[in-house]
Design a protein around this ligand. Structure first.
Ligand SMILES: *Cc1c(COP(=O)(O)O)cnc(C)c1O
Length: 410
């Protein structure tokens, strides 16, 4: 196995994807063609949201969502420390200050009990909290009905970071089930199409929303804040003396960026989206196989089961009490890599990053649940093309290396 390296995640690209991209590359438009609109319509249809806006990355999608929500100087957001850097970073880029609220060790998502206490505390301390940003960690949906009720109580915008969760389903009360991205219980939902995510466009991302104003603003902000729709113009008289605006006329109403996604990437995304349910199905099988193989006798803690609906199985995270069993995590990690199995850790709690400590004064101990989880967390390989044999090999190698008795054949 040592000569075949297994990574923790990877894309699944087949001949139909390659043909779709090749076809798009020989069309007239490399960017701003018709495939962007088709991909957006397909994303809206898949998630159940009215509108979808694609852009150049998940990080760009977060930045656009924060800007569209009107976050700026003096404003604050609250999110989880157990996330990728982009979730809070993009808020800072939009001018806002990110605050963290600790995780629930059972779900590894934001603890909604803590959130309910922390928001009024921040408000009382004069923080202008404007938005809450839940992350559906590993693909397990946050309880969005409860979260949106908390947000409503304090008049907050809700932006879901669903970069792990395209294809996941959220089940609320009364047996209602919606796709993550339906934005039924939020203002906007953000996705990433990085190669390790549910589907890929190379780099890429998207925002879904049911709010027409947010939708328009997201589109304008994606392209330098430039407006081309005649009905929206403020000063069309400056460009022409005629009654209709000339074809070249456009207006810039606010500061935007170039966060567009190319048409050949949209072609890849559209082709990938058709296979999404198959990808999720295979991830679910792998997850089940790991469950069976580990049987979760102590000391390994299984991934969270408290799923509200069905997971997209983006990550398969186990927790190993390294100190207790006298194993050095780094040495063990390197040993597994030497055996051809590349693991990952999601995530180093964001507040412990030097930038966050230096900018905001965070210290170890500030978010104990996220820090404790991080010490023990290991993400195992999971992606659609991983074979059952590889999964078996990974589980066996881990059990042997930790001195856990090898599983029997019964
Ligand atoms: C991947 C990811 C992002 C950023 O997406 P990119 O496309 O890599 O910019 C943001 N948040 C979370 C939780 C992610 O997993």
């Amino acid at each position: 196995m040592a000569d075949k390296k297994i990574s923790y995640g990877r894309q699944s690209i087949d001949e139909t994807d390659i043909a779709a991209v090749a076809n798009s590359l020989s069309s007239d438009f490399l960017t701003q063609g018709s495939v962007q609109g088709e991909f957006e319509a397909a994303l809206g249809e898949y998630t159940g949201a009215k509108y979808a806006v694609v852009c150049s990355s998940g990080s760009a999608a977060l930045h656009l969502a924060y800007m569209a929500a009107g976050l700026g100087e003096g404003d604050a957001i609250v999110t989880t420390p157990n996330t990728f850097l982009a979730t809070p970073n993009a808020a800072i880029l939009a001018g806002a200050r990110p605050f963290f609220s600790d995780i629930d060790p059972e779900t590894l998502n934001l603890s909604l009990d803590l959130l309910e206490d922390n928001i009024p505390r921040l408000l009382k301390n004069g923080r202008s909290v404007k938005a809450v940003v839940p992350v559906h960690f590993a693909g397990n949906p946050v309880d969005m009905e409860r979260l949106s009720a908390i947000a409503e109580k304090f008049g907050l915008i809700v932006i879901e970071d669903a970069c792990h969760a395209l294809g996941a389903v959220y089940s609320g009360t009364n047996g209602s089930s919606v796709k993550v991205g339906s934005s039924r219980d939020s203002d906007m939902t953000v996705f990433s199409f990085h190669p390790v995510k549910s589907i890929t466009t190379g780099e890429g991302g998207a925002i879904t929303t049911n709010n027409r104003d947010l939708y328009e603003r997201l589109k304008w902000l994606r392209s330098h804040g430039v407006i081309r729709e005649a009905g929206e113009f403020k000063y069309e008289d400056i460009a022409s003396s005629s009654t209709t605006p000339p074809p070249w006329y456009h207006e810039m109403h606010e500061l935007g960026l170039n966060y567009r996604l190319t048409d050949f990437q949209c072609a890849l995304g559209l082709s990938q989206l058709k296979k999404l349910d198959g990808f999720i199905g295979r991830r679910a099988e792998i997850s089940e196989l790991y469950d069976t193989l580990f049987r979760f006798s102590a000391p390994i803690t299984p991934p969270p089961r408290l799923v509200r609906g069905t997971s997209s199985h983006h990550l398969y995270v186990i927790q190993i009490p390294f100190e207790e069993i006298g194993v050095d995590k780094t040495l063990w990690f390197n040993d597994m890599a030497a055996r051809g199995i590349n693991l990952q850790v999601h995530y180093i709690p964001v507040h412990l990053q030097p930038y966050y400590r230096e900018s905001f004064g965070y210290e170890p101990g500030d978010f104990p649940a996220a820090e404790n989880y991080y010490k023990h967390a290991v993400s195992l390989p999971i992606y659609p093309s991983l074979t059952d044999e590889e999964v078996e090999e990974i589980a066996l190698t881990i059990k042997k290396s930790l001195g856990i008795e090898p599983f029997s054949n019964s």
